[in-house]
Design a protein around this ligand. Structure first.
Ligand SMILES: CC(C)(COP(=O)(O)OP(=O)(O)OC[C@H]1O[C@@H](n2cnc3c(N)ncnc32)[C@H](O)[C@@H]1OP(=O)(O)O)[C@@H](O)C(=O)NCCC(=O)NCCS
Length: 241
């Protein structure tokens, strides 16, 4: 069922797809079968949406990053978005161009995903999560409410990042401008768990299976299978396999 109040400039819409009132879909968009697009969603050219995806009201898919003259980083991105089968895209979430989301991934209410981001399958990015540019997130990883994932960050498979976690990528806090080699987010291994409110500083590597205690400030690499806590984070114990 396609609402007469929707503005649709593509003919590539699969069977049984519902498009509700005041949706705007531009040309060169492909939408699969059994998709539900709720009211006031905007989908821009170059977007491919798989089967059984649900996009909740007010989501904006295909935002072009624009520096307004104030951004020091050069913006590079393709006019392309792929949202694979069975995903759920939350109300008022914003998906910038050049993003790919694996199947069965949930993007929560008010989440914002910047250009160059790749997210695997069966992930949850909960309410208000922000993921900055060129960051890669593996499969089955969960990032809880209001956590910020910085640009140029790598996160592995089966990672759990609790609420209000901050990750950062610029040791000089903006004083030295943008240089790709220097501005690097944390590299977080597989099966890592990060407690509420932890801060992970630029370029820090966290080994597989490690646990970061709630409220920790992680300013040094954490080896595989260690539990660390405190500010700055210190070794608490080794975790058995
Ligand atoms: C790190 C954590 C997993 C440790 O749990 P645990 O293995 O049961 O460890 P214990 O509670 O026995 O504490 C061991 C020691 O670490 C200290 N410690 C525990 N958590 C700490 C923290 N967050 N910061 C600083 N020190 C901490 C304890 O005070 C204790 O020190 P002590 O031996 O000198 O008394 C747990 O405290 C934690 O922070 N969990 C994260 C909770 C969270 O954010 N969950 C998200 C759900 S959405």
């Amino acid at each position: 069922m396609i609402s007469a109040n929707a503005v649709i400039k593509t003919s590539s819409i699969g069977d049984n797809t519902e498009i509700k009132d005041f949706v705007v879909i531009q040309q060169d968009v492909e939408i699969g079968k059994n998709v539900i697009i709720h009211p006031h969603v905007t989908i821009d050219s170059g977007t491919i949406i798989g089967n059984r995806v649900e996009v909740f009201p007010g989501a904006y898919i295909g935002k072009e990053p624009k520096g307004a003259g104030a951004t020091v980083r050069k913006l590079n991105f393709a006019h392309k978005i792929i949202i694979n089968d069975n995903c759920s895209i939350g109300p008022n979430s914003i998906i910038y161009y050049d993003v790919e989301i694996g199947n069965n991934t949930l993007i929560g209410d008010n989440a914002s995903i910047r250009e160059g981001v790749r997210i695997g399958e069966y992930c949850i990015l909960s309410r208000g999560v922000t993921v900055n540019y060129n960051t890669h997130i593996g499969n089955r990883t969960k990032i809880m409410d209001l956590s910020h994932i910085t640009g140029n960050c790598d996160i592995g498979d089966d990672v759990f990042i609790s609420v209000l976690v901050a990750t950062t990528n610029d040791r000089a806090i903006g004083k030295l401008g943008y240089e790709e080699e220097r501005i690097q987010g944390p590299k977080i291994g597989n099966q890592v768990a990060i407690g509420a409110g932890a801060n992970i500083l630029p370029g820090v590597k966290i080994g597989d299976r490690s646990i970061i205690a709630a409220g920790s400030l992680v300013n040094k690499d954490v080896p595989t299978g260690k539990m660390v806590a405190g500010s700055p984070a210190r070794l608490l114990k080794t975790i058995s396999e």
